[in-house]
Write a protein that binds this ligand. Structure first.
Ligand code: UDP
Length: 478
């Protein structure tokens, strides 16, 4: 009698409801499918399901929709993702709403055939208890790099900023004598050495951190070579283990889209004219103020550079007559673009970015240098890593020495030109190309490729094998 091969492990994936946290897990789904490493079920809510369903096309992943709670204080009806929140100040109430998915999630989990692993977002700490209840290991996905993760941990534990008296006085990060930060580099509650234990944001962070600590590991969208010192430090000192399996944006084999957008045609025209383009985009949720958008418009206009600018706020005024005046060398897109496709276009040679970690990984993978303009979350740490450590970019500085002040048009004009046509920009571009090659290798048989396999073997397959043996024993006994 021939033995049939063991079934592939089945993984439940539960992303947090924001694009930046969902997109890399979708890439992971494509990778696991293509490499025949696992089958998948994705958990989401009804209004997020269409995006996930479209993005998972071509995989055999199934989707379970959990009903989003109604009548949640402060959260407008019909909002099921952070990019639709009227303001990011509603983030914490949003997480309370999301927590109410738990009974639905557990009922759905119970109805699935054997689940070998739960991969859930770091902001869904409560899923750790659900996984434990069902005896399923959980890996956490934060969507952050190792640098930001390690530095934040060191600061939170050792409080080196307790000894400074102002937001711009530098302090050293314990264990990393070459890293100096100021409190302005950190977001609340991390910027405060003695956060109020009753602060809901602080409580949220503590809760997620405890749940991460109790999980089986952290999946990181990065590759070993890029952040070796920080990965090693995480894995020798930190619990639980970090598995670097990225850049996940390279997981999918890209094929040309069925229909070409106007802006991709326009980029083609720039390439034919041998004119480099600077791409300007700030991710899926950050909003620039009207005053800041106008400074950016003036800076781009005065720079004389060709640019492609993605503006989230559809009705936002960029200054009278701006779009007409720059028509022959600039494009403004209001809406969703395929950022990966843009960054890989041969004409795009610089990226003005807020340094969300996905954008950093996408720029690194495409070999495009960055003009770092961090806005929120861990973006200032990412910007520091990109500029000071990887040296593949430059940074804009807000006016008046205040970290959250306006970035004036003169600064934008000067630094954008330096990135695209200056000496420093050329050096950064050379390094970016080298990193792109390293990223490709990591995903194509290199460290990330092997780590993913190892993770499945250690965390997942073992359990499936044990289950198969237990199930076989039960069947035999019956
Ligand atoms: N993105 C995109 N098109 C858009 C806006 C964003 O494809 O019009 C993608 C971008 O490529 C990245 C993600 O959305 O994968 C944004 O994640 P990131 O970490 O850069 O920033 P966040 O939105 O989380 O601040």
């Amino acid at each position: 009698m021939g033995s049939s091969p063991l079934p592939l492990p089945h993984i439940a994936v539960f992303p947090f409801m924001s694009k930046g946290h969902t997109i890399p897990l979708i890439h992971l789904a494509h990778l696991l499918h293509r490499r025949r490493l696992a089958t998948l079920t994705f958990f989401t809510t009804p209004l997020n399901a269409p995006f996930i369903r479209d993005s998972l096309a071509g995989t055999d992943a199934s989707i379970v929709e959990l009903p989003f709670p109604e009548n949640v204080p402060d959260i407008p009806a019909g909002v099921e993702s952070t990019d639709r929140l009227p303001s990011m100040s509603l983030f914490i109430p949003f997480t309370y709403a999301v927590k109410r998915l738990r009974p639905h999630f557990e009922r759905a989990l119970a109805s699935l055939p054997t689940v070998s692993l739960l991969i859930s977002d770091g902001f869904l700490g409560w899923t750790n208890d659900s996984a434990s209840k069902f005896g399923i290991p959980r890996l956490v996905f934060y969507g952050m790099g190792n640098f930001a993760q390690t530095v934040s941990c060191k600061v939170a534990v050792y409080k080196p900023h307790a000894g400074v008296t102002s937001y711009d006085e530098p302090f050293m990060v314990p264990g990393f004598p070459h890293i100096w930060l100021t409190r302005s580099d950190l977001e609340p509650p991390f910027d405060d050495p003695n956060p109020d234990p009753k602060d809901p944001h602080f409580q949220f962070i503590v809760e997620q951190t405890m749940a991460t600590g109790a999980s089986q590991g952290v999946l990181v969208n990065s590759f070993y070579e890029l952040e070796a010192a920080y990965v090693d430090r995480c894995n020798t000192e930190g619990v639980p283990r970090a598995w670097c399996i990225g850049p996940l944006c390279l997981a999918r084999q890209t094929s040309p889209p069925a229909e070409k957008t106007g802006w991709m045609d326009w980029l083609d025209s720039r390439q034919r004219m041998n004119r480099p383009v600077i791409y300007v985009a700030f991710g899926s949720q950050a909003e620039l103020s009207a005053a800041q958008l106008q400074q950016l418009a003036i800076g781009l206009e005065r720079s004389g550079l060709d640019f492609l600018w993605v503006v989230r706020a559809k009705a936002m005024d960029l200054g009278q007559g701006f779009e007409e005046r720059v028509m022959d060398r600039g494009r403004v897109v209001r809406g969703w673009v395929n950022q990966m496709e843009i960054l890989h276009h041969g004409s795009v040679q610089g990226f003005i970015s807020h340094c969300g970690w996905n954008s950093v990984m996408e720029s690194v993978s495409a070999g495009v240098p960055i003009l770092a303009w961090p806005l929120m979350a861990e973006q200032k740490l990412n910007a520091k890593f990109v500029v000071d450590e990887l040296k593949l970019g430059l940074r804009v500085r807000p006016s008046g020495g205040t970290p959250n002040g306006l970035v004036m048009s003169e600064e934008i004009e000067r630094s954008a030109r330096e990135l695209l046509v200056g000496e420093k920009g050329k050096e950064a571009a050379g390094r970016a190309r080298n990193w792109a090659e390293a990223a490709r290798k990591a995903m194509d048989g290199g460290a990330s490729w092997l780590t993913l396999e190892k993770m499945i073997e250690e965390v997942c397959v073992k359990r499936t094998t044990e289950n198969a043996i237990v199930s076989a024993a039960l069947v035999t006994a019956a």
